[in-house]
Design a protein around this ligand. Structure first.
Ligand code: ACK
Length: 979
């Protein structure tokens, strides 16, 4: 048998084979590996001259056991080789990997016809090992195995045997174990290794969750496996993964988070190292302890603060520990009579925090500073004594010539946690002698043709010994051009040598060692007429007679009112318990009462305004500034009423009695009104400080600013609606007999529904607090641009002068808050209006509204429309919007070109062309009073200097005039101009 061909020639030592003997994957579990066996495998070979077991070595010279058969010379070969019994374990699907060599028949001479180039693979399942029994017909065929390549030609011409690897799947297997069998039918084959394995998804850790070894099912379905969080972690979302049939983990879902004081390291959660902390679960690393804190132990959730350092409840654990601030520095005090402004520097050390505030404690001290006691409530701190965020405070209402010590302490968010003694900055002051407060009450004791006797009460705060009083008086109509001054030692005086039947104005002020106090308000007194002189001694009889007559008249009026109220249905009385009747009410019509007719103005305030409890008012923020103090927005919550938004006008500290009275007079007036277009008074606070006037809140603020903010954003109907509201409010006021005197868009407030309400009521206030008001030649203070000529000229304020102002408001509204007469000076305005010039129509202004303006600006006040007529006109326009389509096409903004109402008629300006024509026919000499311009064309070429000559000093209007003229000329040539 020497010539019997060999299969194993060369291959076991050939480097070519090395690549094929790599180790198998980690997700494969071997059930059998022939290579692992060093001794005889003991597989059954049948017949015995078929497969034979031989020993060899692999490429690493490791001994291995192989089987071979090569009966290629003989016909009808049927050689079987059966493995030992292989337990299945948990496998459902098994893999058989064969490594073998196979000689191709061409390489063996003389074998044609008998030689085969394949062998067959079989298996058989059994519940137990059946020993040596072997029945070939019980085996099921898995496949016929053929070689890919039997030989490879090398460069040298040697034939090298090639190792083939074939893998076959078997399954599902269900019984406890199985055998494999190899059938040779006449090939020359060597089975080098046989490996049987199944696949599994191996134990793994993903997203800090462990997943156990998992054997896939035989079907295609994935196996869902629930993971368990690693130690020191918790589920954020249940961890899951799928095991594929190929033994691969797929689609990790969910995750685990490391616990507090633990951080992820690799696939585990480990405690934080000393000096580090982690306060919440998660997979971030532990953080280093913030400044002034430490963590000596490992596994810290928080770092503890160093000694004398703290963390407030609101501080996050990532924030540095902080400490109370040091004391404020460099306290400066500025004393002004009985008030002091304290000012200090920020503490050198704010403790590492930004929330530093200051508290100021006031102590009143005896002369030697030895004994100090807390200042009582009379002292006022502005803005407040505690929780100050700025480094200044004003302390008012101190006693004159008194020693005070102020302790100023800086605090921050951790001051309350420290037990260290607190540090203050202190300052000691002595208040000055203060001048006395004004005399508030003057009484007329006696009047005659030539004299008036008066007495008064000492000022509320004399602030020292009153040395004397200065009494200043003058004839009312002389407007203070000449006056007389008397000095009185006591609190009464008789003014002699006066003119009969003449009104005198009088002011008194007290004097102490500290100087004069503020003057009292002006009191008005009248001497008796020539024919009617009553002295207090002989007036008794006359007074009785007059009193009786008045009583009879009053009685008749009361009876008439009672009857009238029954017949006319008038029952609404705001003050049912009114005791005095300072005015006569006609049935159905309420009349406005001037609070100055009350001897004691505080009585007026309590009659017309409700006193509110200061605790019902919450101030939110400052929205503006008034003459007397700030205007704030806030909320009013009265018992058993809904909380409402309110505006709060405050009276600033340090006010005089006159200022207080003037301030509150607005409430006395407003409180008499009840109309949807008049700002509603909620009440007043007079018993606490600060004194406040509380009104309904108007979300959109004043009308002029509101319109400027929303330039060109409303429809004409919306604008007319606003104007209608204002006119309706004014009608109500004029029906009540109240003349506003300062009607202007800035004094109209707008709420969130665009409802306009008339506001700003007062008496002397009209003349004082309006920044638009200017002094006239006669000394009064008047808002010139809004005021009718007769009111400017001789103070004739009536509802007709209010109608003039209303016309200006219409102009302001239609021009979205433009300033009437732009930057012309007051003097020029007075002059131009007097000469008959009027404001031109604003851009796109309906002709009907411009006509209304012109009507309101009639020189003769009797020709101006009444407010009820204005309301009905506006109602008609609103009902018939097409009436607003005709536009008063005047120049878009020829600011200084006031229209001469004597020459131009609004009805003629129905188109741009008409206006242009009209402009060309108007002499510009007329427009620019006194300047020598012959035609409007010249205007376009006008220089700044020229404008200055005619009193136009700002550039805006000049530019607008020029561009407007140029645009109009272009329009005349080319058609419509884009505006
Ligand atoms: O235009 P404004 O925001 O509206 O600024 C002024 C400022 O206070 C000074 O008068 C505002 N103001 C006055 N009264 C009220 C009110 N009742 N509601 C809302 N704002 C008001 C005004």
């Amino acid at each position: 048998m020497d010539c019997k061909p060999s299969v194993l020639l060369l291959f076991l030592f050939s480097p070519v084979c090395q690549g094929h003997l790599t180790s198998h994957h980690s997700n494969e579990v071997n059930l059998l590996d022939s290579k692992a066996s060093q001794g005889e495998l003991g597989w059954i070979s049948y017949p015995s001259h078929g497969w034979e077991e031989i020993s060899g070595v692999d490429e690493h010279y490791t001994p291995i056991r192989t089987f071979q058969v090569c009966n290629v010379m003989e016909y009808s070969q049927n050689n079987w080789l059966r493995t030992n019994w292989i337990p299945r374990n948990s496998a459902q699907k098994i893999y058989v990997e064969l490594k073998f060599t196979l000689r191709d028949c061409n390489s063996i001479p003389l074998v044609l016809g008998t030689c085969k180039e394949t062998f067959n693979l079989y298996y058989m399942e059994t519940e137990e090992d059946q020993g040596d029994q072997f029945w070939e017909h019980q085996f099921s065929k898995i496949d016929t195995i053929a070689a890919d390549e039997s030989f490879t030609q090398t460069d040298l011409g040697d034939r090298i045997l090639k190792l083939n690897t074939e893998v076959r799947e078997v399954g599902p297997v269900a019984q406890k174990g199985f055998y494999l069998a190899f059938q040779d039918v006449g090939a020359c084959v060597a089975l080098v290794t046989v490996r049987v394995y199944f696949k599994k998804c191996p134990f793994t850790v993903r997203n800090l969750a462990t997943f156990p070894d998992t054997v896939p099912t035989d079907s295609q379905a994935l196996v869902e496996v629930r993971g368990s969080c690693v130690n020191n972690s918790r589920e954020a979302e249940p961890p899951r993964m799928y095991c594929s049939t190929e033994g691969e983990w797929l689609v990790p879902i969910g995750k685990c988070l490391c616990d507090v004081a633990h951080e992820p390291r690799g696939v585990t959660c480990q405690v934080c190292r000393p000096g580090f902390y982690k306060s919440s679960p998660g997979n971030l690393r532990c953080s280093k302890c913030p400044p002034h804190s430490h963590a000596h132990q490992e596994g810290s959730a928080h770092c503890s603060c160093e000694k004398n350092y703290f963390r407030s409840e609101a501080d996050p654990s990532s924030m540095a520990c902080t400490r109370p601030p040091s004391s404020p520095r460099n306290v400066i005090s500025v004393i002004n009579e009985t008030s002091v402004i304290l000012d200090w520097s920020w503490p050198a050390d704010s403790g590492g925090r930004k929330d530093v505030t200051f508290n100021v404690v006031c102590k009143r001290c005896s002369a030697g500073q030895r004994k100090c006691e807390a200042c009582r409530g009379a002292v006022r701190f502005l803005p407040r004594p505690a929780g100050l965020s700025n480094t200044t405070v004003t302390v008012a209402d101190l006693l004159a010539h008194t020693n005070y010590t102020f302790e100023i302490e800086a605090l921050n968010g951790v001051s309350a946690l420290s037990s260290e003694p607190r540090q203050f900055a202190t300052v000691t002051i002595t208040t000055n002698q203060a001048a006395p407060s004004p005399v508030a009450v003057i009484r007329k004791d006696r009047t005659s043709r030539n004299s008036i006797s008066l007495s008064w009460l000492e000022p509320e705060r004399p602030n020292g010994i009153i040395l004397d009083y200065e009494v200043k008086f003058y004839e009312k109509q002389e407007q203070e051009t000449s006056y007389t001054i008397l000095r009185a030692k006591g609190t009464n005086v008789t003014l002699n040598g006066l003119k009969p039947d003449t009104i005198y104005l009088l002011q008194i002020r007290a004097r102490t060692a500290a100087g004069y106090g503020g003057s009292s308000r002006k009191f008005e007194f009248e001497t008796s007429p020539d024919s009617f002189s009553i002295s207090s001694e002989n007036s008794q009889v006359v007074l009785v007679a007059i009193s009786s007559a008045v009583a009879i008249i009053l009685l008749s009026v009361v009876v008439y009112l009672l009857l009238g109220s029954r017949f006319c249905g008038y029952s609404k009385s705001k003050h049912p318990d009114e005791k005095r009747l300072p005015f006569v009410r006609l049935p159905g019509i309420r009349t406005y009462v001037d609070p100055h007719t009350y001897e004691d103005p505080t009585q007026a305030i309590h009659e017309f305004a409700r006193e509110l409890d200061a605790s019902c008012i919450a101030i939110d923020k400052v929205v503006g500034a008034g003459e007397f103090g700030e205007v704030c927005s806030g909320r009013l919550k009265q018992p058993s009423k809904k909380e409402t938004c309110v505006a709060i006008k405050t009276l600033k500290s340090g006010y005089t009695e006159t200022q207080r009275r003037d301030f509150l007079s607005e409430a006395s007036i407003m409180g008499q009104f009840d109309h949807p277009n008049i700002i509603r008074l909620e009440g007043v606070v007079t018993r606490n400080k600060p004194v406040m006037i509380v009104t309904e809140y108007m979300e959109n603020g004043s009308l002029d600013c509101f319109l400027r903010r929303h330039d060109a954003q409303f429809t004409v109907i919306q604008l007319v609606g606003m104007l209608r509201g204002i006119a309706s409010g004014m009608k109500y006021l004029s029906d009540m007999g109240y003349v506003h005197r300062d009607l202007a868009a800035r004094n109209i407030l707008v709420n969130s529904n665009l409802v306009c309400k008339v506001s700003d009521f007062g008496l002397s206030r009209v003349l004082e607090d309006d920044p638009e008001a200017a002094y006239t030649t006669r000394g009064g203070k008047i808002p010139i641009r809004w005021t009718a000529p007769e009111a400017i000229a001789y103070r004739k304020f009536t509802s007709a002068s209010d109608a003039w102002s209303y016309g200006i408001v219409v102009w302001e509204v239609m021009s979205y808050g433009e300033r009437p007469y732009w930057e012309m000076s007051n003097q020029d305005v007075i002059k131009a209006v007097d000469e008959g010039y009027r404001l031109p129509p604003p851009m796109d202004c309906p002709a009907a509204l411009y006509q209304l303006m012109l009507d309101c600006w009639q020189k003769d006040r009797n020709n101006r429309p009444k407010f009820d007529q204005i309301v009905s006109l506006l109602d008609k326009l609103i009902r018939n919007p097409s009436s607003l389509k005709i536009i008063a096409n005047a120049p878009s903004s020829p600011e200084n070109m006031l229209l001469d109402r004597t020459g131009a008629d609004i009805a003629t300006f129905c188109s741009m062309g008409d206006w242009l024509e009209s402009m060309h026919t108007l002499s510009c000499k007329d427009i620019f009073n006194g300047a020598s311009y012959s035609s409007c064309n010249t205007l376009a070429k006008t220089s700044t200097e020229d404008f200055k000559q005619v009193g136009v000093t700002i550039l805006g209007p000049q530019k607008k005039i020029v561009s407007s003229i140029t645009a109009l000329e272009t329009h005349a040539k080319n058609g419509p101009v884009p505006v």
